[in-house]
Design a protein. Structure first.
Length: 465
């Protein structure tokens, strides 16, 4: 007998998962430096167990909801949006989880507000309480983000007067706005692509990675993807120029979204526009938007040079891993080429990415949304840096336009793995923390198994046998 699935059970199980995440994050999350506990602290250990207990419950609720979406009587998109709101609610008041990037956002916003060039200096130049919250690795690193996001961060810093709790809440609300735009765009993109809107929402918006990293982590990828989705929806209708403007704004949050301009052109071609006119008008709208947004933000064009901001030396991107392995081998051999190993692999990765993107668009030009999703997935996979939330760049659009159920299944499996890949503190894991994290996950599996066994037990005379 299969584990019984109904909408209420999925809502409650997912809510329990995010509630444990929020509670565990109070001692094991990416807390302000004055509130950080030693990893060996009993409270931090208990919090870490609680977070991974919650993550596994959330993944289980999401997978059960997927079964319901594929059933003969699936929930409507509106119902799924309600589930998303219920699951996300506890995370709105939780501390930052799985990354300290949100502190960098606030510090960079304060730098813009103080007229410090964020593309020439790191948060250390700002000094003060906000800069102290930034991870030491990034204290002297220039901002890698575009002027649109920095303008938002600056405005938020001004509104909150640099107060940390208000700033964190504000950044989370900005991320939530991005998630709302994603959720609003997915059904329309799915219908255009001949996909199931409910399945698209399940994979693209209720995805655990969205809740863990865009909501709980408050990453600016949320607003990038929200603007990208809104731009593609506009390009599907009667407002292709507005589509180009919105996609450009997304790219001025994080650069990879610029690939969406290719999709805008392709969508216009499918609508019957002439190639030259479609390309030129899209490029003109994008250029005008870039100039206007950069002028309003007041950051200048340093963001162009900041695109090569250095990555973490311990980043686990494929090309970085291969580069470090090659460098170690060359050092053992005594070769003078060892320092060139990592840069060489990064350049090779960029070449492979370019070739893949060209091949994807050549083969998928009749399915622009899906081709864009695959292109962004390639950029994330073969770029010099990768984090679990980067997978959402491509996953969001693959969810909207996946041509087959098997594609969704493979993407869902990847989601389950990546959801477990980062500690709630955002820092590197030691052996003790890994044991605690696994313990929390195993405990959740045991609880779920017991619930499964109880549901399977035959009922005799009104009592469970």
């Amino acid at each position: 007998m299969a584990f019984p699935v109904d909408l209420r059970r999925c809502q409650v199980l997912g809510l329990a998962g995010t509630a444990f995440l929020a509670l565990g994050g109070e001692t094991a999350g990416a807390l302000p430096v004055r509130e950080l506990l030693a990893p060996s602290s009993p409270h931090a250990a208990l919090g870490l167990v609680g977070v991974y207990f919650g993550v596994v419950l959330l993944i289980a609720a999401w997978l059960l909801l997927g079964r319901l979406v594929r059933s003969a009587d699936p929930p409507s998109p509106r119902t799924l949006l309600l589930v998303l709101a219920i699951w996300a609610a506890p995370l709105l008041i939780a501390p930052p989880l799985f990354s300290r990037d949100v502190y960098s956002y606030l510090a960079q916003g304060a730098m813009v507000d103080a007229h410090i060039d964020v593309y020439a200096h790191g948060p250390a130049r700002l000094g003060g309480p906000l800069a102290e919250e930034v991870a030491p690795l990034w204290q002297h690193t220039a901002a890698p983000y575009g002027p649109v996001f920095l303008a938002v961060a600056s405005a938020l810093t001004g509104l909150t007067h640099g107060e940390l709790p208000a700033g964190l809440l504000g950044m989370r609300l900005v991320a939530l706005l991005g998630v709302a735009l994603m959720a609003a765009a997915l059904p329309r993109l799915a219908r255009h692509s001949g996909a199931d809107p409910a399945a698209a929402l399940w994979l693209g918006a209720l995805n655990p990675l969205v809740l863990l990293h865009l909501v709980a982590g408050a990453h600016n990828d949320a607003i990038m993807l929200g603007l990208l989705g809104a731009g593609l929806v506009a390009a599907l209708g009667r407002w292709p120029i507005l589509g180009a403007v919105l996609v450009t704004l997304a790219a001025l949050v994080k650069a990879p979204a610029a690939l969406g301009l290719v999709a805008v052109v392709m969508l216009r071609l499918r609508a019957g526009h002439r190639p030259a006119r479609a390309a030129l008008s899209t490029a003109a709208a994008s250029a005008a938007t870039t100039v206007a947004a950069t002028a309003v933000a007041g950051t200048g064009y340093g963001w162009i040079g900041a695109l090569d901001t250095p990555v973490s030396p311990h980043n686990w991107a494929l090309t970085s891993l291969l580069g470090r392995a090659t460098r170690a081998l060359l050092e053992r051999l005594g070769s003078d080429l060892a320092p060139l190993a990592v840069p060489a692999w990064h350049v090779l990765g960029l070449g492979v990415t370019a070739a893949l993107v060209l091949a994807i668009w050549w083969r998928g030009r009749r399915r622009p949304v899906y081709a864009l999703g695959l292109s962004l997935a390639a950029v994330a996979a073969f770029g010099p840096a990768i984090r679990p939330w980067y997978a959402l760049w491509g996953l969001f659009l693959i969810a909207a336009a996946a041509p087959s159920t098997s594609t969704r299944h493979r993407t869902a499996a990847l989601t389950g793995v990546l959801a477990l890949a980062v500690l709630p503190s955002g820092g590197p894991a030691d052996t003790g923390q890994l044991v605690l994290a696994v313990s929390g996950g195993v405990l959740a599996v045991v609880v779920l198994w017991q619930a499964h066994q109880t549901a399977q037990a035959p009922v005799l005379g009104g009592r469970t046998a």
